[in-house]
Write a protein that binds this ligand. Sequence first.
Ligand code: CMX
Length: 438
Amino acid sequence: TKTLKETLQEVIPAKQEQLKKLKAEHSQAVIGDVKVENIIGGMRGLKAMLWESSVLDPSEGIRFHGLSIPDCQEKLTPAPGGKEIIAESMLWLLMTGQVPTTEQTRQLSKELAEKGELPAFVEQLLDSLPKTLHPMTQLGIGVAALNHDSAFQAAYEKGIKKSEYWTYAFDDCINLLARLPALAARIYRNVYKPGTELPKIDKELDLVGNYTRMLGFGDNQNMTEYLRLYIALHGDHEGGNASAHTAHLVGSTLADPYIAYSAALYALAGPLHGLANQEVLRWQQAMQKELGENVSHEQIKEYLWKTLKSGQVVPGYGHGVLRNPDPRFLALQQFCESRPELMESSTIQLVKKTSEVAPGVLMEHGKTKNPYPNVDATSGCVLYHYGLTEYKYYTVIFGVSRALGCITQLTWARALGLPLERPKSVSMGALEQLVKSS
Ligand code: CMX
């Protein structure tokens, strides 16, 4: 059986050829206009970067190399005894564009488990951080510190050819992913369960199986399966979102994958992006506290208006690209609906009821281009139900997941020899001149 790296080695030349042809034959072709609204509107809608592993369609949502979420649920190998997509099979698909065999998936699980231990100095570094420091800040620090052992940085210092960049970047990427569960679980233990024993990595388990065990939820097969699905679904969402774009931008300076991904984590830590899943739980809990049990749709509607009138956003709703309910939201809801015990949870019921009322209220409010729920609207409530109630930790789980897409891009950007990213900025005065002369 070929390893992931050997498979990549086989698929890279064709992609390099495709890019070469695009450059040679179409470099000057015009594919769109730049409007003033793109420049002052956060570059929405501007097609300005290459990203191979997934494409986000505004109405139907994400596809990974052409496969929708239901396609992936049907085709990608689950863990032994499980049903949900696992990180390894999703990574293989993202990296190579191919659906891996069960044997390939298991081999990758083994490789990740073997590489998963943290260097002692990183453990000490994490243990020395104040417990009051946000878990996302801690994760970014831990990931950046792993660059102590960066193969890419060492090779670059020694002097390597551009054509060799990707193999060192790939090795760093795999080591980074392998170590994320131990890193993220250590932060959880330090902050929320001090004094409890962190289990060692089980070489027979998949990445997320190990992560769940290290968090202390390994006995709960439902939680393990939920986290497998959660982590596979949050892995990649094309390139323009803030975390993915940050990893790509920083990586384009030839900073090694660890620091590039550390930077991406801090983009993920903003409330308009990944931190929204923490915000949803915080907001829903405040709603529950104010309104009590058995909340009616009418009461939720009033609470939504109160949030909007106080000038805040409704967390978990809206999207920069999507214009329909997020299929990741639908897949997580489906997970709940297939388990009656989840549907009885008051937290999950409240999230569901909110999703039935919020689109109408947001439409009436009339600002957001997308009144529907995004994945963050529901991702936290299942964690909460299973006992992972510390919602300031939720974005760390997103951070373990988003590595899948970012390390894929970091590897491919080096394999394709993509250049330093450096768009042109303009001042308002220059923009006025440009408008006059257009
Ligand atoms: N609640 C209230 N107002 C909202 C809103 C929401 N959920 N979503 C958008 N709006 C407002 C915007 O703030 C903006 O208002 P202003 O004109 O006053 O600035 C207006 O509607 C237009 O925004 P938009 O074009 O529809 O949305 P953007 O592309 O600018 O922003 C996003 C997208 C996600 C930041 C925004 O919808 C939002 O803030 N949502 C809540 C936070 C959230 O759930 N983020 C997670 C997104 C998914 C992820 O990345 O994880």
